[in-house]
Write a protein that binds this ligand. Sequence first.
Ligand code: ADP
Length: 542
Amino acid sequence: MLGLMQEWPLLCHKIIDHAASQHAGREIVSRSVEGPIVRMTYADLRTRALKVAQRLEREGYKLGDRIATMAWNTGRHLEAWYGTMGIGAVYHTLNPRLFPEQIVWIMNHAEDKCLFVDLTFVPLVEKIASKVPSLKQVIVLTDKAHMPETSLANAVAYEEWLAEADGDFAWREFEERTAAGMCYTSGTTGEPKGVLYSHRSNVLHAMIACAPNAMGISARDVVMPVVPMFHANAWGLAQSAPMSGSKLVMPGPRMDGEAIYELLDTEKVSFTAAVPTVWLMLLQYLEETGKKLPYLKKVVIGGSACPRVMTEKFQQNYDVEVIHAWGMTEMSPLGSLGTMKPEYAGLEGSARLDIQEKQGFAPFGVEMKVTNDENEDLPWDGKTFGRLKVRGPAVASSYYGGAGAEQFDEQGWFDTGDVAHIDRYGYMQITDRAKDVIKSGGEWISTIDLENLALAHPDVAEAAVIGVRHSKWDERPLLVVVRKPGKNPSREELLAFMQGKVAKWWLPDDVAFVDEIPHTATGKIQKTTLREQFKDHRLPME
Ligand code: ADP
């Protein structure tokens, strides 16, 4: 027997309809690419997104067409997403930090037909557009007055293009499994892989994200997604903020500590989210200027492991709660968040920080397990680590075009490529990416644990641990360190600092000092490059 409840397809434009009806006057504040701070409301956003939809349809775009965006976080970018989804076309976010050849590869693989681009990236697009035969049109997210001279054929200024629509338009109808958005993983090894979100998965993911066990945002929050919309679906904030009616603050092109601080302060941001490298910049800015964060309540940190010292500083020096989160482009992207269950809620000081080093527990909608290489489940004892596998309604079922099929099994489990353990209360801790873990004499050493430890030394600005060849043990850890300006810790001092805090055989065999550690386009340490750089490094004991 079927229930007698209404069919109400989970479509993304329902989010913006809801925001415009229930939270009509709530602001979306953007630092525009042209410079000034601009303001609009959810009601405006809906009106303008309808115009985008109407205009796209008039150009001939239709259900399933891929519409690319290469843009910072702004209100315009958001309305381009919602307008695209409103006709059943697919927003495809491009990460401008990738190499141009990678962007060309990705655009061709996705067969993008149209591109919304920020002024910042017009020169980049001029270089690559001719290499993407499917691309018919480039819409520059600016007005006529700021429209640059460009060699791009069929380039138009967004505001002029939009002005040709009157907004008298209804969202198109289609089923909830229709593709809504697309995002490629960076592909540090091999080709990038496309993840194709559906309307249903985006809506469910937004509901998961809003809940108190997860991000816990509401209409009383002022949410600033610092994580770019071109990185892993903006961690769902482009949907969960309008769904909960939060005021949105979009940081635009300026990502430096001062600019981020300015918006946190003037717009009274209560909730923000980004990768650790961004917060490193902000904390440095705060330390240099002596400024405080009176309005900020919560910061979600993920994308790579959040160093313990970072959590400690936010909480102790600025009274901001840190939520350590883990996720992947393939998971829309939230996989786990470190909010407190009653079993841990009473912990304070370093005992609390111990728990916050973990990446948290899976919210409803994410199933999680760790297995050994024989695909047998491992115990949830907080120490036995293995392959982390997940499944759920907002987890990819395959990659676009069928690459990486070996990562998905018949029971729907997706092998994340991460190595982790889970404790008795369900809190998961990533110890490594499978390809980064150090295998020393048949045992595994967690590079993330060692990095965290090194970062706790006051003179260390950044740390990375990689495995280097060893005649007896196969691989041994090498600690690569960027020193803080004006500080000069020695190899011996750093090793002595780490001693006693991890198993003896985990201690790095050597320390190398560098001026800079390479990062990927999504702010992760580029270990492949580091391994290449140090492939001939001879350990002192060798
Ligand atoms: P990309 O692969 O394009 O850089 P993703 O954000 O999809 O982008 O990367 C997902 C990976 O990032 C995860 O598989 C994991 O290795 C790593 N990651 C994400 N969050 C964390 C975290 N909190 N701690 C450790 N690693 C993390």
